[in-house]
Design a protein around this ligand. Structure first.
Ligand code: BDR
Ligand code: CA
Length: 311
């Protein structure tokens, strides 16, 4: 039976690739896509999610708009990485499929309550505002969630947005704190892993050589946002952060990590949004997250390319 998931996202080219990977995978059933403000403001993320569904020919997947700003801070966006639209790199048609009327947070609460406990996995790929709001408004859903597999944070790589913080956690640290303290089983894909999921010329050309519209779009997106990371890190390519979340659901053996305590810094302006990960187990704080540290990058790109080829 396909695993039921809800993708919570702020597309973003790497979010878009993650969504495509999920939609290409019969072993996953995407119950809905909930959008949040992050890489770009909410009107754009909720439009981009529909652009991606239409590209995949999956207008049956409902897309919901959620929170348009973090719980307690002003919204910080990342057009400098993703471009003005959030999906720069290729012109795609305006979406025709409608946005659902229901608020993303109501959809999350209603759907989790309507399903047996442990049957739905949440996959946050952006700031955790929608998920935290749902948990705050309906604490009973915590025990309904099978698992939250999210992209966010960093330990060895520290920060990509401030010297101490990764973007998704930095944008809404209060939301992240709620999620990390929720007691829901967490699997975290930090920069420590995603910075190993690097594109190379050969990997991007493999997408392009699929000869499909989707393969061409994936190659164009990665070409676009590679420039920023290559200049910043001096790396050969760019990290495909968010697809790590979906790849983990499909092939967990690609990843290794540690079950450890992870707390979120929410008071210091200097280190706001830092994921304080007890990687070396130097405290007696109880483990609350499977915090990943490494991946098989070749295996990851093989999986990604094989699945994208199906669209
Ligand atoms: C995260 O921030 C966004 O720019 C990406 O989509 C990813 O979710 C990486 O820090
Ligand atoms: Ca994202």
């Amino acid at each position: 039976m396909a695993r039921k998931i809800i993708i919570d996202t702020d597309p973003g080219q790497d979010d878009a690739v993650a969504i495509l990977l999920a939609l290409a995978s019969p072993d996953l059933e995407v119950l809905g896509i909930t959008c949040v403000a992050g890489n770009v403001p909410l009107p754009l993320t909720s439009k981009n999610a529909r652009v991606v569904c239409e590209l995949a020919g999956r207008t049956d997947v409902p897309v919901y708009a959620g929170c348009d700003r973090p719980l307690a801070r002003d919204l910080v966006t990342a057009e400098y990485v993703h471009g003005k639209t959030g999906l720069d790199g290729i012109e795609l048609p305006e979406p025709q499929m409608p946005l659902q009327d229901q608020h993303a947070v109501d959809f999350l609460i209603e759907t989790l309550r309507a399903h047996p406990a442990g049957s739905i996995t949440l996959c946050p790929l952006g700031p955790l505002t929608n998920i935290a709001t749902a948990l705050q408004r309906a604490p009973d859903i915590a025990e309904k969630i099978a698992e939250i597999v999210l992209m966010g944070g960093a330990y060895f790589e520290v920060g990509n947005t401030t010297p101490a913080a990764e973007f998704n956690i930095h944008v809404d640290p209060q939301a992240a704190e709620i999620v990390f303290k929720s007691g829901v089983p967490l699997v975290v894909m930090p920069l420590d892993v995603t910075h190993k999921a690097l594109t190379t010329r050969a990997r991007v050309e493999a997408f392009r050589n699929l000869g499909t519209r989707v393969g061409h779009a994936v190659a164009s997106w990665t070409d676009f946002f590679e420039r920023f990371d290559m200049a910043k890190y001096g790396s050969e390519g760019a990290p495909l952060h968010d697809p790590c979340v979906i790849a983990y659901l499909l092939k967990p053996d690609l990843f290794t990590g540690r079950h450890i305590n992870v707390e979120i810094e929410t008071t210091s302006e200097l280190t706001m949004g830092m994921t304080v990960a007890d990687w070396w187990r130097v405290t007696d704080r109880a483990p609350n997250a499977m915090f990943m540290g490494d991946l098989d990058a070749d295996g990851f790109y093989k999986l990604l390319t094989e699945r994208i080829a199906r669209l």
